[in-house]
Design a protein around this ligand. Sequence first.
Ligand code: GTP
Ligand code: MG
Length: 195
Amino acid sequence: MKVNDVELVMSAVDPKQYPNTGYPEIGFLGRSNVGKSSLTNVLFNRRDYAHTSGQPGKTQTLNFYDVNHQLYFVDVPGYGYARVSKQEREKWAEMIETYLTQRTKLRGVVNLIDGRHEPSDYDIQMRDWLDYYNIPVLYVATKVDKLPKSKLKQQKEMLQNKLELQDNEKLVMFSAKTKVGKDEIWNWIEDKIKA
Ligand code: GTP
Ligand code: MG
């Protein structure tokens, strides 16, 4: 999809604040600093529309982006850093769970994991959660520009195994730097938002 028009229309915490235009919607999930904003910027073809930072946990609200007046992208804040208190973490978990279970227009979720490492407990927990809610998921391994090319295939297999992905569950190796994987991700999204 060619993005001509993108606008951040709402930063929401509560379902009452979610926009109700009724566009199909895709959520972007993953722990803080994994590269959610960087991925959405690549999909938008914008340099820094969704703000990126070296400061983990900067995004703390559900950010709804209107894309071409056709669909919403939702940047879902991640958590998982020790610096965040247990209470804050529980509040976050509740916000995300409410979003995932109550948002009827949610057509699918792009679940980001750091492509350089093994999946963390957080990633595994997220995987189980999404499974439980029966939401279509595309797995995206980020920052693969940091991997030697010769290791890519092996790393992908390792991630697929550790996440116990099934044949119908796709994993895309992605880099915001080289943009590898961008078309595959758009293809998946376009398929999910079809009427
Ligand atoms: P929060 O909003 O804090 O939850 O983080 P986020 O998931 O939106 O991550 P963000 O896109 O802000 O990226 C975090 C850091 O990782 C930034 O310093 C990015 O420049 C860097 N980064 C993101 N994607 C890539 C990538 O594909 N390759 C490399 N080398 N760095 C990346
Ligand atoms: Mg962000």
